[in-house]
Design a protein around this ligand. Structure first.
Ligand code: ATP
Length: 230
């Protein structure tokens, strides 16, 4: 479903990632693991189109995305939950969630809202509250629900566990399991190897802007756990 080939992202004189190639097949959950500054967000942001690659290609469902805008990629079936959640603080929880599917009609939005409230009851309880007033864990649920509201084919999750207490990590993990059972394809980044490895089928270990190791979860577990301490 997703094929990233020989990707390079630069910020002025800084090369954030170089020569990165990854694949994600339909129905898989693939993990990008690495310490701070490894290049995980740069890769995810190049996939969704928030940063431009200086070299290489991103193909999604067989199509080259180099000329496709960020919102074109969302309309093509990518959902994105950014690092640090980035909810719209003054907008209500419901508006935040539905902003992820703003190009859909009312009926599809109502269907998405009912589905998401079934998974995350807190959305209904806090529907009209400004999202900025929620706790970090609750905001992560809003960000995840926003990414899911368009029923994406590929969900991109950038550090969904960052800064969260174990109780919220468990809830977010349960929601990811739910999506996996529905067959959603997921590419997620994490620094916290332990909970992330429980969710993934395969992974890539990144360091210094490059992929250092890839394989099944069993094959990368030791390297991923070592990376967590760096
Ligand atoms: P983190 O978990 O800290 O976000 P990461 O693995 O996601 O780390 P990136 O955020 O992709 O890594 O950063 C990769 C490299 O690119 C780092 O050296 C970082 O300092 C640099 N970098 C990232 N964003 C920018 C930017 N907007 N301008 C300049 N350098 C950047």
């Amino acid at each position: 479903m997703l094929a990233v080939k020989d990707l390079e992202v630069r910020y002025g004189g800084i090369t954030a990632i170089r020569g990165v190639s990854i694949d994600v097949a339909e129905g898989e959950t693939v993990l990008l693991i690495g310490a701070n500054g490894a290049g995980k967000s740069s890769l995810i942001n190049a996939v969704i189109g928030l940063v431009k690659a200086s070299h290489g290609s991103v193909r999604f469902a067989g199509h080259d995305l180099s000329a496709v805008s960020c919102d074109g990629r969302a309309r093509a079936g990518m959902g994105y939950s950014p690092e640090g959640r980035r909810v719209f603080a003054t907008m209500s929880v419901a508006d935040n969630v539905l902003s992820g599917a703003c190009w859909h009609g009312g009926a599809a939005q109502r269907e998405a809202w009912a589905w998401l409230c079934g998974i995350f009851p807190i959305l209904k309880e806090r529907a009209s509250q400004p999202a900025g007033q929620l706790s970090g864990g609750q905001q992560q649920i809003v960000a995840l629900a926003r990414a899911m509201s368009s029923f994406p084919k590929l969900l991109l999750l950038d550090e969904p566990f960052l800064g969260l207490a174990p109780v919220w990590i468990a809830q977010i993990s349960e929601a990811i399991h739910h999506l996996q059972r529905r067959g959603t394809t997921i590419l997620m980044t994490e620094q916290m190897a332990r909970p992330a490895l429980k969710l993934a089928t395969r992974g890539y270990v990144m360091r210094g802007g490059e992929v250092r190791r890839s394989g099944t979860v069993a094959e990368i577990r030791d390297v991923a756990l070592a990376e967590e301490y760096l």
